[in-house]
Design a protein around this ligand. Structure first.
Ligand code: DGJ
Length: 733
């Protein structure tokens, strides 16, 4: 049992292995938050202080009691217009145009052994045999007839609590919902900071630490996608937090569209987190009897620093978010032709690349952009999902069959949500694209967006694509998306719910992915959005792996993969060895270093292996063998960030360690060489202190304690900048 409901006190405690979360009924029926942190017993409501503060109003029912103010009390889900001036969870307008919501507890239920699900939206799930309990607290504002059912699911093992809210109109008039957050968390006063993962195209998820001052830090996306610019995962730090020490909270939305994460330091130094769909382009009419579900938010807490927090998210994502046949099985080593050819290929050229790759042990060939319609550049052809047989010198099935004859699987690139103006689809159905009447649409990568909020548009694209997949037989799909959403306007003639178009677009995209998986359950799908523009838990409910960034430079990738690893396991990170000079930066790095960095994720290649020297070719064979040997450690092992590459020391390092402590691999890359440099050491983590480990590279054996407390000295990188090594430690006894 992970949920304890003390009916007498109306106090509910959610317990995971290492954390406790608690809420209680306030004197006037509000749902107050008492505690979230390390595991604790007992009633924590003594932590709530009741003090009379000027300009913090009191509910009418409190009469002359001035110490009860919603402006000050920690709450689970706050209304608006009832005396709380902090950022609300909910803004709802009634037929009169009044926006007051005062939510009081109506019902509390513990759903033993049940994980809620959310209609139309992806969410975490319980595995067979895994017990997950759900708490449902129903809050109501009886005056406007609004019910808000708050759901909390407790994943005991991984220290994760997930949340969602279902709004139901129980009244007799239409309500307009202008904001509906997935969660609110009010924490007592302390020195808090925020670690978030910002970026831009090709430079995604750069860690940034902010000390919280009074007022709000607002992180989010208004691009229609979760975005390269701001990831929907962030961390609230309490005091100083390092990898191994300090308290921190992680929040991640299971959503791939616009979002808003507000972190507000309030006048009396408490902190409020409000996380959910962005309210900026959101508004919906909720008719009597209708309901609306918010996306799921995933929370975790660690009192042992970032490493333990990441580990909780990693395990949760691997076990309770990702699904399908590739959830746990080994991902095939792939080769993708994008950087090898861009649009400039023929069937023969592709087969040449594939033949060589197959000889070296690569298991999957991915045909990227350019195989369909009249797609010779990024200006044309999107939306025309029929095979360009002239370019391929035959059918797609011929190409796929030839590749299979090399002992490889066949994969295909798609960008279903897009249309080029120069395409048959656009000529036939211009109304399928988003556009605002009277305005010329804004182009992104020369292309327009299909209105996936409309079922008929999704159906049309799905049936075109299904035809190709049925004819060809495909083992893998890379689903791309290459622009932000600008025109948020559906041309389907509906006059209502314009403020829901973006959300419906996201639902349409999920519906498309869900249908693909249903019809082709054995296909592995890799997500992509110009690289890492849609790295979020919503996508990961459909795809076990996401192409992490279009930036394949091994040195730049160190920082991108480092930032990504805070909220996402490396099993979800697609990483490829590409050619040098690198196409994005012009940097030249040794092939060992490109492989070492790519071997930290879903391993693959993105170059023509025919162009390598014999020596490099032999090495490639070795890297592939290494991956086939070590995949379990990489996909399922515990990941440790041994350095922060942004701090630009002499080297960057990371480690994988087996859960049973039997082995570990340490990756080290020299990021800048120095003459006469002082000795450098790395301390390993996650080993058996009493065990004895042999290192193949040094030929020495060490005790686990020595490796973790004393460390190893970093090899001298005399071979120059960007050299690297992978060191393997195997426990002998
Ligand atoms: C953007 C992706 O991130 C690339 O890997 C490649 O697939 C191109 N799109 C193709 O247009």
């Amino acid at each position: 049992m992970s949920i304890f409901f003390d009916r007498e006190k109306c106090l509910v405690t959610l317990n995971t292995r290492n954390t406790s979360y608690q809420m209680v009924k306030g004197e006037f029926g509000h749902l107050l938050h008492t505690y979230y942190g390390g595991k604790c017993d007992g009633d924590m409501s003594y932590l709530i202080s009741y003090i009379d503060r000027g300009f913090s109003p009191n509910p009418n029912e409190a009469a002359y009691e001035r110490t009860y103010s919603l402006d000050l009390l920690p709450q689970e889900y706050s209304g608006f217009g009832a005396g709380d001036f902090r950022s609300p969870s909910l803004i709802v307008e009634n037929g009169e145009g009044a926006s007051a919501v005062d939510l009081k507890i109506k019902d509390i239920r513990v759903l033993d052994g049940i994980k809620y699900s959310i209609p139309g939206l992806p969410s975490s799930y319980a595995n067979p045999g895994e017990r997950v309990d759900t708490l449902m607290v129903a809050l109501e504002d009886e005056i406007i007839g609004l019910r808000a059912e708050l759901y909390y699911a407790v994943f005991e093992e991984t220290d994760v609590i997930t949340r969602t809210v279902c709004l139901i109109n129980k009244g007799g008039e239409v309500l307009t919902v202008n904001k509906a957050a997935s969660m609110t968390l009010d924490l007592m006063q302390d020195e808090y900071g925020v670690t978030h993962f910002r970026g831009r195209y090709g430079k995604e998820r750069m860690r940034e630490d902010i000390q919280l001052g009074h007022g709000s830090v607002v992180l989010g996306s208004r691009r229609g996608i979760s975005s390269h610019q701001e990831n929907p995962f962030f961390i609230l730090t309490r005091g100083e937090v390092t990898e191994t020490a300090g308290e921190c909270y992680g929040v991640s939305l299971v959503y791939s569209g616009d979002f808003k994460n507000e972190i507000e330091k309030c006048p009396y130094n408490s902190v409020r987190i409000v996380s959910g769909i962005s309210d900026e382009q959101f508004s919906m009419e909720l008719a009597p009897g209708e309901d609306f579900w918010t996306p799921e938010a995933v929370m975790s807490f660690s009192e042992n620093g970032f490493e333990a927090l990441s580990d909780s998210f990693h395990r949760h994502v691997r076990k309770n978010i990702c699904r399908g046949p590739y959830k746990e099985s080994r991902r095939p080593v792939l080769i993708n032709n994008w950087e090898a050819t861009y649009f400039n290929f023929t069937g023969e050229k592709l087969k040449n690349i594939a033949r060589k790759a197959g000889e070296l042990g690569v298991e999957l060939f991915v045909l990227d952009d350019g195989w369909f319609g009249k797609r010779e550049s990024d200006t044309t052809g999107l939306g025309d999902w029929f095979v360009n047989e002239e370019k391929l010198q035959g059918s797609l099935k011929d190409v796929a069959d030839t590749i299979r004859s090399y002992g490889m699987k066949f994969g295909l690139w798609l960008e279903p949500e897009m249309v080029s103006e120069d395409s048959d689809l656009y000529r036939e159905h211009p109304d399928y694209a988003f556009a605002i009447p009277g305005r010329e649409p804004v182009r992104g990568r020369h292309q327009l967006l299909l209105d996936f909020s409309r079922q008929e548009v999704v159906d049309h694209i799905f049936s075109q694509i299904a035809k190709v997949l049925d004819e060809t037989g495909v083992d893998y799909l890379k689903i791309d998306m290459n622009r932000s959403i600008n025109e948020v306007y559906t041309r389907c003639g509906r006059t209502q719910n314009r403020g829901l178009v973006l959300h419906r677009y996201v639902l349409g995209m999920y519906d498309f992915l869900g249908r693909l998986l249903e019809r082709y359950p054995d296909i592995m799908i890799e997500g992509c959005c110009g690289g890492g523009g849609r790295v979020d838990l919503g996508m990961l409910c459909y795809v076990p792996q996401i192409w992490c960034s279009d930036n394949t430079d091994a040195i730049e990738r160190l920082e991108i993969q480092y930032g990504t690893s805070f909220g996402y396991p490396m099993s979800t990170v697609g990483a490829h060895v590409s050619i040098v000079p690198n196409h994005q930066t012009g940097r030249v790095t040794p092939i060992e270093t490109r492989a070492a960095v790519a071997l930290a994720g879903g391993f693959g290649f993105e170059l023509d292996l025919n162009l390598l020297s014999d020596e490099e070719t032999d090495k490639v064979r070795g890297f592939i063998e290494d991956y086939k040997k070590d995949w379990r450690l990489i996909q399922q092992g515990r990941y440790y960030r041994l350095t922060n590459p942004a701090e630009r020391r002499i080297f960057a390092a990371w480690e994988y360690a087996a859960d049973d402590l039997s082995e570990a691999i340490v990756g080290i890359v020299c990021v800048s060489t120095q003459y006469n440099q002082p000795p450098e050491y790395i301390r390993l983590r996650g080993l058996d202190a009493k065990g004895r480990y042999y290192c193949e590279q040094t030929g020495l054996s060490y005790s686990g304690a020595a490796l973790m407390k004393g460390g190893i000295s970093v090899p001298e990188f005399r071979k120059g900048e960007y050299s690297s090594c992978l060191m393997r430690f195997v426990k002998k006894y």
